[in-house]
Design a protein around this ligand. Structure first.
Ligand code: PLP
Length: 229
């Protein structure tokens, strides 16, 4: 039997153990339940045990779920951000993890002002250089971070990355440490604080936590593989 709340609790316990073994405070790590493709009942089953943060990667699906589910859910948008979907993302999500160019930064800031929404956003960095992954290159990151730091409405809050699937421990560690180093560089050069490092998924969150992750985005380990919708 599939027991989503039990899966969530067991992932949470593992995160707590990993954090402690790294000398970190477990409370500074958010377990984001990535509910994309999963039915609303799954989200409700977690809502009922007090979980409020959920991640979606398609605007249309997010829109449907926002309409159907409680208002105090904190939605994270983690999918590719098309420029014509930015307004909807701003209205629906509290945190947008996947900003990857300067024009999106500027548009997001303008729309956040128009909609009077202090939406948080992260710059997605393609640390590994894999062609299939989204995000800016590490070389281009500082330029977009400089633009992001000038936002007046949207709140530049950190960085996000995806590691290659089935990568070696060495590659995982270098990707996650690479993102943490870019965050530090931006904080020092721009004189800002970036509280969020969104990195780590079902297969690699231990490495991500060791490197300083503050949001792990976990789908499969909580909901299973079946996409029900
Ligand atoms: C689907 C997805 C996840 C969750 O991946 P799992 O391996 O199922 O835990 C995390 N981040 C992003 C951006 C995703 O699209």
């Amino acid at each position: 039997m599939r027991d989503v709340p039990a899966n969530y609790r067991s992932v949470r316990r593992e995160i707590d153990d990993i954090a402690v073994s790294c000398g970190r405070d477990p409370q500074e790590i958010l377990l984001l339940a990535v509910s994309k493709t999963m039915p609303e009942e799954d989200i409700t089953s977690l809502y009922d045990i007090g979980i409020r943060d959920f991640g979606e990667n398609r605007i249309q699906e997010l829109e449907r779920k926002v309409a159907a589910l409680p208002e105090d859910i904190v939605w994270h948008f983690i999918g590719p951000l098309q420029s014509n979907k930015i307004r909807k993302a701003v209205k629906l999500a509290s945190v947008i993890h996947s900003v990857e160019d300067i024009s999106a930064v500027e548009r997001l800031d303008r729309i956040a002002g128009e909609e009077q929404r202090k939406v948080k956003f992260l710059i997605e960095v393609n640390v590994s250089g894999e062609l299939s992954k989204g995000g800016v290159t590490p070389a281009d990151f500082m330029e977009i971070a400089r633009a992001a730091a000038k936002c007046r409405n949207a709140v530049f809050s950190g960085l996000m990355t995806m590691a290659p699937f089935e990568a070696s421990q060495e590659v995982l560690d270098s990707v996650f440490k690479g993102l943490a180093a870019l965050k530090k560089q931006a904080e020092q050069e721009l004189g800002i604080t970036l509280p969020i490092l969104s990195m780590g998924m079902s297969g690699d969150y231990a490495n991500a936590i060791a490197a300083g992750s503050t949001i792990v985005r976990v789908g499969t380990a909580i909901f299973g593989k079946t996409s029900v919708i």
